[in-house]
Design a protein around this ligand. Structure first.
Ligand code: F6P
Length: 474
C-alpha cells in the first residue's frame, strides 16, 4: 500500500477547526428520510448515537461514516450539534465491501459460522480500499494529539492506517459483534492483515472478556505480538485489549415507559390482543443470527402439545428489515414468513391469531409500549455480540414485572444473569423455559427483574463510553 502524503501540523501552524475527537463508523448517526415531498436528516436508531452524542457535544468533534446510499457522498453537514463527514461508497463497493466482505465473509464467521462464511478474493481489495478512505478522512479531520474512535467489523484496518498517517493521535477500536475463537478465525485467508490492522489501536474493546481473550491469543499466534490477555506489545507499542460491554441510555427508556402517550398505547395493544392473554414478544433485525425461527418452533411445540392454548397467550414478532439484498437474509425472511403462516394456519381461529408478525421498523415509542405490554420477552440468538433489545426490555419494566428469556450466547447474558437463560439449540429446553416464563409467580418475576435492573444500572451507555474513553486517554 502506498501511504498518502499528509503534512503533520507544526507548533507554528495549528490546524484550524480540527476535531479533538473523531468517531469513525460504517454508518453516520443520521440518515435521509422523505417527509411529504422533501427529504431531511433523521437520527439513526441505536445506542451508539445516544451514547456518543453527549460525549461529542462537549468538544470539537466529528463523525465519519457512510450516509447510506451508493454514489457520491453528500457534503459534510452539521446536524443536532454533530459535524457529519460523509464517506462515499460506490455501487460496486456496496456489493463487494458491504454486502460481500462485511456481511457474507466477516458477519457469519464472527457469529460462530451459523451460515457458511464466503471467502471471495475479489472482495478483499474493496475492503482495503474503503478502509483506507475512511482512515484518510479521519486523519484529515483529527486535531493534533486528538482521539480517533473506530467502530465495528467494517473498519478493522483503519486503526493501523491512522497510526501510519497520524502517529500523534490516540486510536481506539470497539467491536460491536463477537470476536471468534481461533478455531474459526483461523479460516480467514486475511487473518494476519486484519489482526495487524486492529493492532494499530491503543485500546481494542470487545463486548466480552472471551472476545478480548480470543483476540490476544490470535495476535500472539499470527501477528507476532507478545504479552498477555490485557496487554500486548507489537511494533514497539503497547496495546490494551479489554471487555467494554455496550449498553443503553437507561434513563431515556425509563422516561419513555413513564410517558402518558406510551402507556396509553400499551393499554391499546393489550385491549387489541386480549386483556386476559399473556403477550409473548420478540423484537429483532431480520437476521439469521437472532434465532427467530427457533422461538417460533418452541411456541408451536407448546401449542401442539396443548401445554398452552390461544386463550392463554399470543405471540407478537417484530422483524426489522435488514440487508435484504444479501441472499441469506432473503432466504431467512421466506423461512420465517412460511413458519408464521403455518402456525397461524394450524392454530388460528376466526378473530384469534396465534402470531402477529410485523416486518418493519417501529418508532422507539411504539417499541417501548410493546415492551410494557409484553409479559414475556423472548431473545433467542444463536450468537449475538450484546443484544440491546434485552436491555431495553429490562429498562422499560420499571414496575419489576415481566420475564426475560435470554439466550446464553448473547453478550448481554453475562450481565443479565437473572434472566431465564436458555440454549437456543435445545428446542425442548426453550419450550420448557417459555412455559416456565408464562407461569412464573409474580414474586419470582419481581425478584429477578429487580436484580436485572440493578445490573443494568451499573453499566449504562454513558458508563460504557466514559470507561472506554478514559482508558484511551490514560
Ligand atoms: O450489530 C452490528 C451492526 O453492524 C450495528 O452496528 C448496526 O446497527 C446493525 O448491525 C445493522 O447493520 P447494518 O448497518 O448492516 O444495517
Amino acid at each position: 500500500m502506498v501511504p498518502i502524503k499528509w503534512d503533520p501540523p507544526t507548533d507554528r501552524e495549528p490546524v484550524p477547526k480540527k476535531s479533538q475527537i473523531v468517531i469513525v463508523a460504517n454508518r453516520l448517526p443520521f440518515h435521509r428520510v422523505r417527509r411529504g415531498g422533501t427529504s431531511e436528516w433523521a437520527t439513526s436508531p441505536g445506542g451508539l448515537v445516544s451514547a456518543l452524542t453527549p460525549v461529542l457535544k462537549n468538544r470539537t468533534s466529528c463523525w465519519i461514516g457512510w450516509a447510506g446510499a451508493a454514489g457520491a457522498a453528500p457534503d459534510p453537514f452539521e446536524h443536532e450539534g454533530i459535524h457529519n463527514h460523509p464517506v462515499r461508497l460506490s455501487r460496486d463497493e456496496l456489493e463487494t465491501f458491504y454486502e460481500g466482505f462485511c456481511n457474507r465473509t466477516l458477519w457469519p464467521l464472527y457469529h460462530d459460522a451459523v451460515r457458511t462464511p464466503e471467502y471471495r478474493r475479489r472482495w478483499w481489495r474493496p475492503y482495503v480500499e474503503v478502509n483506507r478512505r475512511f482512515a484518510e478522512a479521519a486523519a484529515g479531520q483529527v486535531a493534533r494529539g486528538g482521539t480517533v474512535w473506530i467502530h465495528d467489523y467494517h473498519l478493522q484496518l483503519v486503526p493501523a492506517i491512522i497510526r501510519e498517517l497520524r502517529p500523534d493521535v490516540r486510536v481506539g477500536f470497539f467491536l460491536h459483534i463477537p470476536f471468534p475463537p481461533q478455531e474459526l478465525f483461523s479460516q480467514l485467508p486475511w487473518r494476519q492483515p486484519i489482526l495487524a490492522g486492529l493492532l494499530g489501536a491503543d485500546v481494542v474493546g470487545f463486548q466480552t472478556r472471551g472476545g478480548a481473550q480470543n483476540f490476544s491469543r490470535l495476535c500472539r499466534r499470527y501477528a507476532g505480538a507478545e504479552g498477555t490477555r490485557d496487554e500486548l506489545s507489537f511494533d514497539g507499542r503497547t496495546i490494551h485489549p479489554g471487555a467494554y460491554p455496550v449498553s443503553i441510555d437507561v434513563d431515556r427508556f425509563e422516561a419513555l415507559a413513564a410517558s402518558e402517550a406510551v402507556q396509553r398505547r400499551t393499554a391499546e395493544f393489550r385491549q387489541r390482543l386480549g386483556t386476559d392473554r399473556k403477550i409473548i414478544l420478540g423484537v429483532d433485525r431480520m437476521d439469521y443470527t437472532k434465532g427467530i425461527d427457533i422461538r417460533l418452533h418452541a411456541y408451536r411445540g407448546l401449542l401442539r402439545s396443548e401445554r398452552i392454548t390461544l386463550d392463554e397467550c399470543v405471540f407478537v414478532q417484530v422483524a426489522v428489515p435488514s440487508r435484504e439484498r444479501v441472499e441469506q437474509y432473503g432466504e431467512l425472511r421466506s423461512h420465517v414468513e412460511r413458519l408464521v403462516g403455518e402456525i397461524n394456519g394450524e392454530f388460528g381461529e376466526l378473530g384469534r391469531t396465534p402470531i402477529h408478525y410485523l416486518h418493519r421498523s417501529l418508532p422507539v415509542e411504539e417499541l417501548v409500549a410493546l415492551y410494557l405490554a409484553a409479559d414475556v420477552m423472548l431473545v433467542t440468538p444463536l450468537r449475538d455480540g450484546m443484544n440491546l433489545v434485552a436491555k431495553e426490555y429490562v429498562a422499560a419494566r420499571t414496575d419489576n414485572t415481566g420475564v426475560l428469556v435470554l439466550s446464553e450466547f448473547t453478550g448481554s447474558a453475562q450481565e443479565l444473569q437473572s434472566a431465564l437463560l436458555v440454549n437456543p439449540h435445545d428446542i425442548d429446553g426453550l419450550e420448557a423455559a417459555l412455559y416456565t416464563a408464562l407461569h412464573m409467580p409474580p414474586r419470582e418475576q419481581q425478584d429477578r427483574m429487580k436484580t436485572l435492573r440493578r445490573a443494568l444500572r451499573r453499566n449504562d451507555v454513558f458508563h460504557w463510553a466514559n470507561r472506554f474513553l478514559d482508558t484511551l486517554a490514560a
